[in-house]
Write a protein that binds this ligand. Sequence first.
Ligand SMILES: Cc1cc2nc3c(=O)[nH]c(=O)nc-3n(C[C@H](O)[C@H](O)[C@H](O)COP(=O)(O)O)c2cc1C
Length: 399
Amino acid sequence: MAAGFQYRLRRGGQPTSVEAWRQAARRALPGMVWAYLDGHADDGVTARANRDAFARWRLRQRVLTGHAAPDLRTTVAGQALSMPLALAPTGLTGLSHWSGDVACARAAEAAGTRLVLSTASSYTLEEVSAAAREPHWFQLYPFGDRAFVSAMLERARQGGYGALFVTVDVPVRGNREAEAVHGMTVPPTLTPASVFDAALHPAWWWNLLRHRRLAAANYVSSGLRGARAAVQSVRAQERFMQADLNWDDLAWMRDQWRGPLYIKGLTDPDDAQRAVDGIGVDGLVVSNHGGRQLDNMLATADALPAIAERVGDRCEVLLDGGIRRGTDVVKALCLGARGVFIGRPYVYGLAADGEVGVRSVLALLRAEIERALVLMGCPGVSQLDRSWLLPSTTGSDSP
Ligand SMILES: Cc1cc2nc3c(=O)[nH]c(=O)nc-3n(C[C@H](O)[C@H](O)[C@H](O)COP(=O)(O)O)c2cc1C
């Protein structure tokens, strides 16, 4: 990974927060890739709300409890995790850094956690499982073509993926205006501004041309890379995407997959109940796709309590969206989540410094969770509940 023109962090040393990794990623990436990675739907109301929802809660502090080494361990999908945090599926990681999903899987297992590999990953299911030591998890877009879905599930089974996450909040793609503005189209729209921007990122271009990880690798012809692969994968995705899928399709998927099954992309307690009672899912990810799909919908931390209350005793309730600090993880657990996922934060690390960057983001979030628990006087994540939260009393901040 050290070879060639790989981007290294030289300015200002190692980033010390997710926000600092975000700035490093911004510097490493051309504008069009940054628009894809950091963008949101419409006006970004929901993307911001995900952050604001955490800020409206305060943590309770109990002093002199003597808890110096809090226990961060938990289990998700029957697998022991060293902390209640894992990597959400993110497509096209190879655009952010050529080492893509392979680097993310390795960094996750080094940190004692897991990656949910995206359907639209830059490395195939087989490439990632061959490079990993631990069984990771697989995310499926519920495409309409059942033969294609069956084939994907069989590949996931063969690759030893330990759980399936079906993403249900993308019947159509959200409106990501920044991508269009920056020419993040297939093929890319080149303007004088984007060509100038590209010239400012020679290391990124060099690695892109060397490794050509441009496409969603799982649905292009074996071995095909580069621009032709990207066009083929986008066409395939357009063909497979089907807006009229319903609960029967999900029931069919439940029949096809015998292992742990999770639905990702719910914020409504009635939907959660239907998923548990009607489909028999093992868990749910309360998610709005990081504010990249329906704008103006509820923040995930605001949606979580009602869902946890309704089904939390019958399935694993997880959350993603807006986690940027260890204290956000702690608050999500207090509000009823068993664990959380991060999306953009680990891709910032990947973009700025490959596998080392993802490891660093995971290490800093672990340290932040641990420090928060020591300061709160809490013995471990299994002890977190609503009693550790207080509403903010500062006017518009209150929940
Ligand atoms: C660049 C990018 C690509 C994503 N691709 C996928 C995907 O392929 N499948 C999916 O279910 N979710 C995808 N997501 C959504 C994430 O899984 C997750 O829900 C979201 O990023 C969480 O919000 P956060 O970025 O604030 O942590 C993507 C998110 C980003 C930022």
